[in-house]
Design a protein around this ligand. Sequence first.
Ligand code: FAD
Length: 384
Amino acid sequence: MTERKNIAIVGAGLVGSLLSLYLAKRGHKIDLYERRPDQRQFAEDGGRSINLALSDRGWRALRGIGIEEEVRQVAVPMHGRMMHDDKGNLSFLPYGKEGQFIYSVSRAGLTVALVNLAEKKENVKLHFNRQLTHLDVRINELQLRNRDTEEVERIKPDILFGADGAYSAVRSEMHKRELYDYSQSYLEYGYKELTIPPAAGGGWQLDKNALHIWPRGNYMMIALPNIDGSFTCTLFFPHKGPLSFESIKTETQLFAFFQNSFADAILLMPDLAQEYFANPVGSLVTIKCFPWSFEGKAMLIGDAAHAVVPFYGQGMNAGFEDITVLDQMLDNFTGDWRDLFERFERKRKPDADAIADLAVLNFIEMRDKVADPRFLLRKKIEAK
Ligand code: FAD
């Protein structure tokens, strides 16, 4: 049995809230700090994906805290990709062999389920509206701004986890130290979310058990099913250029573009113009860094350590797998956190780099090659 620690986790997103449950299981005292208000009371701010593809790596981590079945009840299975060509013809490409598939789940629903579970634990305390504004990594002292009162709180946990996402404040402080490797690279593409609402009489307007793709060479749109009958569509499109987010300024231009590129989808999108001009354009970044930890006191996890572009649907899944791996290592833990963190980051870094590179490559495959009949044939043969 190792010593119980006071652990602070910054970021109560998907990874931070799941991590709090795993660490609480081992008896540590956890304080979970989140910059935003409690999502259970306020609608989530736009701009992040409404639903996510959850695959084996993610399920394994949910199984470990016993909520796999609860989440499965509200997840929609996606058996493969459904391609929509520019004439509206459909072709289906299974994800794997019979019975192998991934699921679409609500980001907000999953986060709320995890936060609800964390709240029930005696040794987890949730702090919303608390933003990490300064960290002295040498002594592990954090300054957190209370966004309600503007007061600044100082804390000094034994151990700190930075689960504060791609633009991590914990990582920026580590970054200031010597010998810190860091790279960030943006795609020239952004994304915008749109909706295909449920059918008038209820139910889904497209095949609900598929991830729909409209590959168009230089850009694409995808749609993932939601449990309420709607689909969340994501348009991946260049930021700048002759046909880009920058170039489409009027409803006439928007409708002409959709009519030309996504003629079958536009018929199902009554709020297209309103959503297109109201919703923000998100950016797509890959972030690599090393080390992820500092002297056994602080550790990055999830997107804070390895933000990837979404084309493999593996960002959250990889963050969840971080937790499964850390938990396995804690089974044989001797009490030396520095050794634990250094072994963990050495083990996870190659996998994180691999998925980051694969995700960028998969963008080319999704937007371009899936439209090629030779590619479809090869994938169908591989799936047999
Ligand atoms: P985040 O979800 O970013 O959570 C970080 C939390 O930290 C947030 O709640 C934030 O408010 C908080 N925070 C930030 N800074 C501070 C601070 N200074 N102080 C306190 N709190 C702070 N992944 C998949 O597995 N499947 C998918 O299908 C998929 N689709 C995606 C589609 C899109 C368009 C995008 C952009 C991403 C997608 N991802 C997907 C990736 C996935 O969203 C991320 O990998 C995942 O959200 C990472 O979780 P996280 O908890 O590490 O970070």
